[in-house]
Design a protein around this ligand. Structure first.
Ligand SMILES: Nc1nc2c(ncn2[C@@H]2O[C@H](COP(=O)(O)OP(=O)(O)OP(=O)(O)O)[C@@H](O)[C@H]2O)c(=O)[nH]1
Ligand SMILES: [Mg+2]
Length: 427
């Protein structure tokens, strides 16, 4: 099956912990601290793979993790950095945060290599914590946590032109005629099962990309048939080519067909109907009734500034060059940068959000400081030792906790509570 959507869990590597150790030398009983720093955790990076056209690699495996950094070692040895995890995706893959559906990165255009999750930083070894009064620090910094996130990968192909229409209208026949693509063509509906891109050479050194998607039927916007799944692939296109069987080969009425497709496009997204559209009245070679009459009828109803009606035969080639010229003209009047989705969600901010602290003043006028990061910090800091206490003070300042308490009006001598710890505040 063609995979153009996948939900996976990605995880960056945890940073390696800093190491606690002391030099050991013969006849030197108490060597100085020599605990090395931990290595940085691996990042999760997405990269465009120009050769890939589907997200099949992500269909059968759910979880993808970068490796953690190694712990620091004795003799000032730095732990090895974790390896980055590089996930290759086809161009046009949009990475979204699974719960909110917000865009993290759009792997299109310039964004060919994006670090989506950073690995945790390596912790500092105890050698960094020696001072003149604390020469044997037993504290080393733990490595930063890795980040885990569920993401949705959605492939929205990058094409300039999107081909839409009922099954059997002749979309694939047209694509095979004007481009290098070789889509399957058959006289039954739903021959095309997934989007196919073709490059159309316009002869002037330029060209454009045309996407053929499975035929749409009524209810497509609600998920009927195959079309709905694939409408997202034409969201980024600049021009829509709407094909209709003008010869009623399947006994359908062209005007009713056009109407039904327009309705589905509109229901999927109003933006689709805002794009310039060319209605191609196809299969002219097979018309038994008066072709001019059918074309006139369609022109009367649909032709306006943003919609052009063009007669065509994808099989005989009649009208095909005119169509390509018209598409090229429309595209030349438009901005040629591909549409790239903006970032709406930054995993880094999200982590900060989770780790943030709160300061509240209770009924006794005490300042209560809470938050998972503070709890963690207290867990690894020995406040009895001078070094530990200095570290604690620095933490309170650097995390902005002191500033927050000042904002709430703390004065010298006021009481501060933190997870069972009670002390008086002095600047
Ligand atoms: N006579 C005639 N037949 C055509 C023309 N264009 C396409 N056909 C035939 O119509 C049938 C369907 O063509 P396709 O190109 O597979 O149609 P499609 O729109 O891609 O269909 P789906 O992939 O099912 O959505 C085939 O048997 C084609 O040979 C045309 O201009 N004239
Ligand atoms: Mg087809």
């Amino acid at each position: 099956m063609f995979a153009d959507r996948a939900k996976i869990i990605i995880r960056s590597g945890k940073g390696g912990d800093g190491h606690v150790s002391f030099r050991r030398e013969k006849y030197v009983p108490n060597g100085g601290p020599d605990g090395g720093d931990g290595g940085k955790g691996g990042d999760v990076i997405f990269e465009i793979d120009k050769g890939a056209s589907a997200l099949s690699d992500y269909r059968h495996k759910r979880k993808f993790s970068a490796t953690p950094g190694e712990e620091g070692k004795k003799r000032n040895c730095h732990g090895k950095n974790g390896e980055d995890l590089i996930l290759k995706v086809p161009e046009g893959t949009v990475i979204k945060e699974a719960k909110s559906g917000k865009v993290i990165a759009d792997m299109s255009g310039e964004n060919s290599h994006v670090i989506v999750l950073e690995g945790g930083r390596g912790g500092l070894g105890n050698q960094h914590y020696a001072t003149s009064t604390m020469q044997a620090p037993k504290y080393a910094q733990p490595g930063g946590e890795g980040i885990e996130l569920e993401v949705l990968l959605e492939l929205k192909v990058l094409a300039d032109v999107g081909l839409v229409g009922f099954p059997n209208a002749g979309k694939s026949t047209l694509l095979s005629r004007v481009s290098n693509a070789k889509p399957e063509i058959a006289s039954y509906p739903f021959t095309t099962l997934h989007p196919i891109l073709g490059v159309v050479d316009t002869g002037d050194g330029k060209g454009f990309v045309m996407a053929d998607i499975p035929g749409l039927i009524e209810g497509a916007a609600d998920g009927v048939g195959l079309g709905h799944e694939f409408l997202r692939h034409i969201e980024r296109t600049k021009v829509l080519v709407h094909m209709v069987d003008g010869a009623s080969v399947d006994g359908r009425d062209p005007v009713e067909d056009i109407e039904a497709i327009q309705k589905e496009l509109f229901r999927y997204s109003e933006n689709l109907l805002k794009k310039p559209q060319i209605i191609c009245v196809n299969k002219l070679d097979a018309c038994t009734e008066d072709a001019d009459e059918i074309i006139e009828k369609i022109r009367d109803r649909y032709e306006k500034d943003s919609t052009k009606v063009m007669p065509l035969s994808a099989v005989s080639g009649q009208g095909v060059n005119e169509l390509i010229r018209e598409i090229a003209k429309l595209l030349s009047e438009m901005d040629d940068a591909p549409y790239v989705y903006e970032q709406e969600y930054d995993p880094k901010e999200h982590v900060f959000e989770e780790e943030a602290f709160t300061v509240t003043v209770n009924s006794d006028g005490e300042f209560v400081v809470e938050g998972p990061k503070i709890e963690k910090m207290l867990g690894y800091t020995n406040l009895e030792s001078e070094k530990g206490f200095l570290f604690f003070q620095k933490f309170i300042r650097e995390q902005g906790i002191e500033a927050e308490m000042k904002k709430l009006g703390i004065n010298e001598g006021d009481t501060v509570r933190m997870y069972g710890l009670v002390f008086e505040y002095y600047e």
